[in-house]
Design a binder for this molecule. Structure first.
Ligand code: XUL
Ligand code: CO
Length: 441
């Protein structure tokens, strides 16, 4: 049952239910059945779908060529607190109508930043207690919170990697407040997306010093939250470029190396985003496999890029093949480490009807549901797993096993090769595996 504020914002749209693929109702799930069991867990538990406050209730479709096209009635009150409360009413109405359990926010998505740090702090406290009541009434939970340390002009050269210590200190204050807000709302995780942590030109940049600052900054942020009793996971969200020419958190492998370099690997995992993966010239499947192999597959930002455009288009996911490949890694890894699937996606600038946001999230959830069901079948009833296992059979016994257990030297390899027959080629069966994925979609 949808929980309504004093005013209904999404008029004429009721709760979204699962109706199955035979349904012609565009405002119903065709595949996402929250209670359906897949690989031992319900879809609701697997995914922990979250709505991104910024794209859904703040961004109005503006682009570098023009103003927003979506006018939000909750932005009308001129008093920032009234506007923020109205926005929270709209957000909670939408999330509960979708039947999702989670949301994610940046500090100043919740309420407009004040003219001073103190004013921002007071504003945040007021809106956080309002949102806390809405959470209690609806059961909607916070998947993660984060701080927007990239929009305000003071962060033009970064936050923790800014060459000016005063900016770093201001970012520290802001992140303390964002951590406080996250903890107050029982956030299960906290995200650091680099924002402008990177450089525009190396000509004016001391890269080593900036990376050291970022490592030190993340360590003291972690220490503060742990001291306050925060038990959740910290996530770093890799992205290779945009807004900076080069972002320090380039991709999963770079971030994992960084976390180990600065001894942060026990508290931090990764929040991976589809469109960030493709901007780094990787696939999402690759990024997830890298994270999973380090036990750092924390959370996912769900969206998709565009084959023709080279920037972060943040479209809602609908690429079934891509998401199925991702779900194969997801299931093999045993799911996510504390996180969920956050729709970090926006409807297009010319999607101006009140129901467009619903269609977008329904499509995203259905894509993940279909992909998860396909991946489960591929892993359990198709020859996929066996084919992969067979490829490595030479390491399961004999000298291959000795190598894996560290028993062979380079001279041993030389002696073995010297007395072996010529190598017989072993097919990778790629096309057959690709067909298996198609078969189960
Ligand atoms: C930016 C991006 C952010 C983070 C949170 O590309 O993905 O929205 O997810 O700061
Ligand atoms: Co993101």
């Amino acid at each position: 049952m949808a929980l309504l504020g004093t005013k209904e914002y999404y008029k004429g749209i009721g709760d979204i239910h699962f109706e199955g693929k035979g349904s012609d109702n565009p405002l119903a799930f065709k595949y996402y059945d929250p209670e359906q069991l897949v690989a031992g867990k319900t879809m609701r538990e697997h995914f922990k779908f979250a709505v991104a406050y910024w794209h859904s209730f703040c961004g109005q479709g503006s682009d570098p060529f023009g103003a927003g096209t979506q006018s939000f009635p909750w932005d009308v009150p001129s008093d920032p607190l009234e506007a923020a409360k109205a926005k929270a009413d709209a957000a909670f109405e939408f999330i509960t109508k979708m039947g999702f359990d989670y949301f994610c926010f940046h500090d100043f998505d919740l309420i407009q930043e004040g003219a001073s740090l103190k004013e921002s702090e007071d504003r945040l406290k007021t809106i956080v207690s309002y949102i806390k009541e809405k959470q209690q009434a609806s059961g909607v939970k916070l998947l993660w919170g984060t701080a927007n340390c990239f929009s305000n002009p003071r962060y033009m050269n970064g936050a923790a990697t800014n060459p000016n210590f005063n900016v770093l200190s201001r970012a520290g204050a802001q992140i303390k407040l964002a951590l406080d807000a996250t903890m107050e709302l029982k956030g299960e995780n906290y995200v650091f997306w680099g924002g402008r942590e990177g450089y525009m030109s190396l000509l004016n940049t001391d890269m080593k010093r900036e990376l050291d600052h970022m490592g030190q900054f993340l360590a003291i942020a972690r220490d503060y939250a742990r001291k306050q009793g925060f038990k959740g996971t910290f996530f770093i969200e890799p992205k290779p470029m945009e807004p900076m020419k080069h972002q320090y958190d380039f991709d999963a492998a770079t971030v994992i190396g960084f976390l180990h370099q600065y001894d942060l690997q026990d508290d931090f995992k990764l929040n991976l985003e589809f469109n960030h993966a493709t901007l780094a010239n990787h696939t999402m499947q690759h990024e997830m496999a890298v994270a999973a192999s380090h036990n750092m597959l924390g959370s996912l930002d769900a969206n998709r890029g565009d084959y023709q455009n080279g920037w972060d288009t943040d479209q809602f996911p609908n690429n079934l093949y891509e998401v199925t490949e991702a779900m194969l890694v997801f299931l093999k890894a045993g799911g996510l480490q504390g996180g969920g699937i956050n729709f970090d996606a926006k409807i297009r600038r010319n999607s101006t009807d009140i129901d467009d946001l619903f269609h977008a999230h329904i499509g995203g959830a259905d894509t993940f549901a279909r992909a998860l069901m396909a991946a489960e079948k591929i892993l359990t009833i198709s020859p996929y797993s066996q084919l992969q296992k067979d490829r490595y059979a030479s390491f399961d016994a004999g000298k291959g096993k000795d190598f894996e257990s560290g028993k062979l030297s380079l001279e041993d390899l030389y002696q073995l090769a010297l007395h072996s027959d010529e190598i017989t080629l072993q097919s990778g069966k790629q096309e057959m595996l690709e067909n298996i994925i198609n078969q189960y979609l």
